[in-house]
Design a protein around this ligand. Structure first.
Ligand SMILES: Cc1cc2nc3c(=O)[nH]c(=O)nc-3n(C[C@H](O)[C@H](O)[C@H](O)COP(=O)(O)OP(=O)(O)OC[C@H]3O[C@@H](n4cnc5c(N)ncnc54)[C@H](O)[C@@H]3O)c2cc1C
Length: 447
């Protein structure tokens, strides 16, 4: 048997060891908590502007606002993109890309759109005359430029990584809650952040839109866009040709060299047939549709299919939230409107949010943005819808109206010029007209 003292010594030693362990544990816990608090304090400092989504619209929005002096947190998962589409950006959008310092990098991969022509490829009774629009008639060298999406994405990603006002979070938005003038963001990595302002650039199924309680109108078309790039024997001369067919437009758009991109709108079953064709057979079909205008055609890679539908948000902004790009509006790729409209969203939002002497963001910024964008977005969405439906319609008066409209445009020069100007910078020709009406008798004084 051990003497009691020995037990006491043993117990004392064990107790001291236990206390030591407790102290160590407490110290470790304290330092861990401190480390966690420091990290949380760092990561949970309120965001000034959160941009959700790094598609083309979100990337440009993040960059434009950072360049306007705001601190931007871009919340988007890192994804490998394989986008073979090209985007025709009009003169106003190109000038915007230039002010962001991006045009020099985009220009070498882009092709000028100097002439656009519309040819009626239908077999209908009332067919429209060929219509040609030349940028030179407006004193421009080009209406705009056609740029591969892969180049656009790469140039934007590069500019974002070099921008000190942009902080990137590799996560998805799981949930958005509005709390007074603040927005609470729950991210896929479990982080919860607050933001003074949130820009939803997270595409058609926007979580930002859902969290802000903004509803949408959606409608689908019985059409699919088959998208491909091809090389051709004859030079395109920077002419883009749009054939109007009974199933939708067939639009060739120039790329650098003897190459073009094509958006071919057909019925969904026909799209399936075209996509399954060997490239040689598909090339022959494209050449036939183009009436061999560009000589022999060689389709470069398997085409992509994009089912056509439209979406319009009931609001484009609300309190501390704004929606840009396809989160706000989406429609068929007819008349190169989608991204051009999204860039006008970004231009307007930059005007609303740009910092003046480090000012805080006003609580009604989203509402002001909504009022600013309503007219432009609605006009474009319904304009594209009407144009598309006028092609599909079997209703004779609609066909007559379309043919007569195009005839009027080809015959009346000033009307054609107004339409061309509206196509590249909406509202400008109307502003010029209003200005000329305000000063109708601007004459030089007699000497
Ligand atoms: C065939 C075709 C041809 C076109 N041609 C033209 C043209 O010539 N000219 C023109 O102006 N427009 C054109 N458009 C339209 C243009 O491509 C689109 O308007 C543009 O790409 C829209 O981009 P977006 O950034 O709004 O949406 P998206 O490209 O859908 O980007 C949304 C981004 O948000 C991310 N995201 C989604 N959910 C979350 C989340 N919860 N958290 C974080 N991130 C999220 C997605 O990963 C994605 O990166 C064309 C469209 C098509 C289909």
């Amino acid at each position: 048997m051990r003497p009691i003292g020995a037990y006491c010594n043993l117990n004392r030693a064990a107790a001291m060891q236990a206390m030591d362990m407790c102290l160590n544990l407490a110290y470790s816990l304290a330092s861990l908590t401190k480390r966690r608090r420091t990290k949380m304090q760092h990561t949970q400092s309120p965001i000034e502007i959160a941009v959700i989504g790094e598609g083309l619209a979100g990337s440009v929005a993040a960059l434009a606002l950072a360049r306007a002096g705001r601190k931007v947190t871009l919340i988007a998962p890192v994804v490998e993109r394989m986008d073979r589409r090209t985007t025709a950006l009009m003169d106003q959008s190109i000038r915007f890309m230039d002010t962001l310092g991006l045009w020099n990098m985009l220009a070498p991969a882009s092709a000028a759109l100097s002439t656009m022509q519309i040819l009626d490829g239908t077999k209908r009774l009332f067919r429209a005359p060929p219509a040609q629009f030349r940028a030179a008639d407006l004193g421009l060298s080009a209406f705009g430029y056609n740029i591969p999406n892969a180049t656009l994405s790469a140039v934007l990603a590069d500019a974002i990584s070099g921008e000190s006002n942009i902080f990137r979070l590799d996560a998805q938005l799981e949930r958005l809650d509005l709390s007074g003038n603040e927005v609470i963001l729950t991210l896929s990595d479990g982080e919860i952040r607050t933001a003074a302002f949130v820009i939803g650039a997270d595409g058609r199924s926007s979580k930002v839109r859902e969290g802000a309680g903004i509803t949408t109108r959606r409608w689908a078309y019985p059409q699919t866009a088959v998208v491909l790039n091809f090389s051709h024997e004859q030079p395109h001369g920077n002419v883009s040709t749009e054939f109007h067919t009974e199933t939708g437009p067939f639009t060739q758009v120039p790329l650098p060299g003897s190459r073009s991109s094509l958006v071919w709108v057909v019925k969904p079953l026909e799209a399936e047939r075209l996509i399954a064709l060997p490239l040689e057979d598909l090339s022959r079909e494209v050449e036939m549709r183009m009436q061999s205008m560009l000589g022999k055609v060689m389709v470069e890679e398997a085409p992509e299919a994009w089912p056509l539908s439209s979406l319009m948000s009931e609001r484009f902004g609300k309190g501390p939230v704004a929606l840009v790009g396809e989160a706000a509006h989406a429609f068929p790729p007819i008349g190169a409107q989608g991204l051009n409209l999204s860039l006008r969203d970004v231009m307007a939002l930059t005007e609303v949010l740009k910092t003046e002497g480090g000012s805080a963001i006003a609580g009604d910024s989203g509402d002001r943005f909504h009022r600013n964008r309503r007219g432009d977005v609605m006009t474009r969405t319904f304009g594209v819808d009407l144009l598309n439906r006028s092609l599909l319609s079997e209703f004779l008066p609609m066909q007559v109206a379309r043919a007569a409209g195009l005839h009027l445009l080809t015959a009346v020069g000033p009307l054609r010029n107004v339409l061309m100007r509206e196509g590249i910078e909406p509202g400008r020709s109307l502003k010029e007209l209003a200005a000329s009406l305000r000063h109708p008798f601007h004459r030089k004084k007699a000497g």
